[in-house]
Design a protein around this ligand. Sequence first.
Ligand code: ZN
Length: 330
Amino acid sequence: MNFIDLPKIELHCHLDGSLRPETIVDIAKKESIIIPSYNIDDIREKTVIPLECKSLNEYLKAFSIPNLVMQSRESLRRITYELFEDAAKENVKYMEVRFAPVLHTAKGLEIGEIIESVIDGIREAEEKYDIKGNLILSCMRNMSSNKALEVIEKGKEFLGKGVVAIDLCAAEEEGFCKKFVEPIALAREYGYRVTIHAGETGIGKNVLEAVELLGAERIGHGIFIKDCVEAYEVVKERNIILEMCPTSNLQTKAVNSYNEHPIYNFYKDGIKVTVNTDNRSVSDTSMSRELKIVSEEFNITYEDYKNIYYTSIEASFTDLATKEALKKLI
Ligand SMILES: [Zn+2]
């Protein structure tokens, strides 16, 4: 299968993990921002994590440099536009990008204008390329629930106008869901859809709680339901969709090799799985690359790919018209 030519859908991609190194250097120069080096190769080396990475916490360190150049309206617009441009060039037809607005207030931007700038970048790419997109607002689970509440309140006016869902991300601790029950319940009431990072680093029970306490419809990663029967059953019975990211999962040592990744066993057992990049630059990958890896490791057929593509449509938080259009592409 030629994965570059096939239409693709991406549901789990972080904006701040998907910057071109050239752009990091260019913005730093234009906005007089101090970064550790102005050499593109140096920046690439510092922001791309090797497969030999030891943990999620080590992986997350690669986000500090990109964050420095994501503090103005123009840089946020440009970075978003370029991400969609890169995706469109490998035939991604629909993409949900996520980012945490609270990380972009260092130079005084308001949450509302941060969200607006990112939506501007999406719209600009939609005009130029054959791709559509929406935004998922991530809340940092290592921050207070009031911070999450603030994002939910400020993002509300963009619901249906570029923003579709809420997410919790960052380092994963056992039982993190309890702290966010109230803000996420309010988000659901406002009309946000819910996807939660859980079961990424060894704690399958977090997936169970994300579904039961937070009403998650989709789970970011969810690898460790394999070791938690209750979580596995809930995901399977309620058709919760797993957003899986093979290379990222190998880097964070959720798995020790591609072949050990549970995606194919889950799929064969009727669990709804999707394939995603997580972070295009930090993981040095693309949708075509992730699909090729899955295809080579597990010998998936074109029919399998179609099933995954349809699952991605079903799981997406977009409108019915876009879903119908995506169905016709394959
Ligand atoms: Zn993620």
